[in-house]
Design a protein. Structure first.
Length: 264
């Protein structure tokens, strides 16, 4: 019997590179990423000092690195996707920055020595990590004692059914998503990493259905299926995101949190 060839199983890392290579330009233009108030909230949480060295992990198009750059000695970005780093270099160039660096690398094996940075941050990436505890452990490793660990991500509802509906939509919208987790999960990560209980601040990221779909690359390019999932969330606020009808569209908001703790 002839066994037909089996399709190759794509690794999660390659799915991330595929998604964010396609998303890079649109991602870099996203108003949510360049929202000055949100960036200031994150940067202020890190309490940057003029002589600090900063690392932003999974830096994407470089918004956080550039936001830190004007307030620290050196601001470094690392990402797994070269297309994202190209956008980041372009952003730094337009701002005429001379104290930024960009590295292609793995969040689970950061190419830096122990205790290299005063601030280590990561924004809107932990929901893509299969083993977030390993990523946070690496962030802690490269942070100096007395330095700050700053994590920002959207969070899922504490209601398991609503969290499951949210993640079902997000995994369809972006196949590189592993899971958005509740705030309690992120707090627990800090504890397990040997960090003190983090200070937490939050803000809303408003979303309109069609604009979100336009910048997404869903499973099998199934945009209509994505639209239906979003529309279905209005009944009973199924995703816990405050979904509501607004004329011909649907609006909702991601709840983003910023957690910061000082490394002992």
């Amino acid at each position: 019997m002839v066994v037909p060839p089996q399709p190759a199983i794509r690794s999660h890392a390659s799915t991330i590179v595929d998604q964010f290579s396609r998303q890079a330009e649109l991602f870099a233009q996203s108003p949510a990423l360049h929202n000055d108030a949100a960036l200031t909230l994150l940067v202020d949480a890190g309490a940057p000092q003029a002589n600090d060295d900063v690392l932003d992990v999974a830096c994407g198009p470089g918004s956080v690195v550039v936001a830190f750059a004007s307030r620290v000695r050196r601001s470094v970005g690392l990402d797994a996707t070269e297309a994202m780093l190209a956008q980041a270099r372009s952003l730094a160039s337009t701002r005429n920055l001379t104290n930024t660096e960009w590295h292609l690398g793995d969040v689970y094996c950061l190419p830096f020595a122990d205790a290299t940075f005063d601030i280590v941050s990561c924004r809107f990436a932990f929901h893509h990590f299969e083993t977030p505890e390993r990523a946070l452990a690496e962030m802690v490793r490269v942070c100096r004692p007395g330095g700050r660990i700053v994590l920002c991500d959207a969070v899922a509802s504490d209601d398991p059914a609503k969290a499951a509906a949210f993640n079902h939509m997000e995994k369809h919208r972006d196949p590189s998503t592993v899971a958005f987790r509740p705030l309690a999960f992120l707090r627990q990560l800090y504890q397990e990493a040997g960090l003190p209980g983090p200070i937490v601040k939050s803000y809303q990221v408003p979303v309109e259905r069609e604009r979100l779909i336009a910048v997404s690359f869903p499973v099998d390019d199934d945009r209509e299926g994505l639209r239906q999932l979003i529309d279905a969330s209005v009944e009973g606020d199924a995703m816990g995101l405050g979904s509501r009808r607004d004329g011909d569209t649907v609006r909702f908001s991601y709840l983003a949190v910023v957690l910061v703790a000082v490394r002992p």
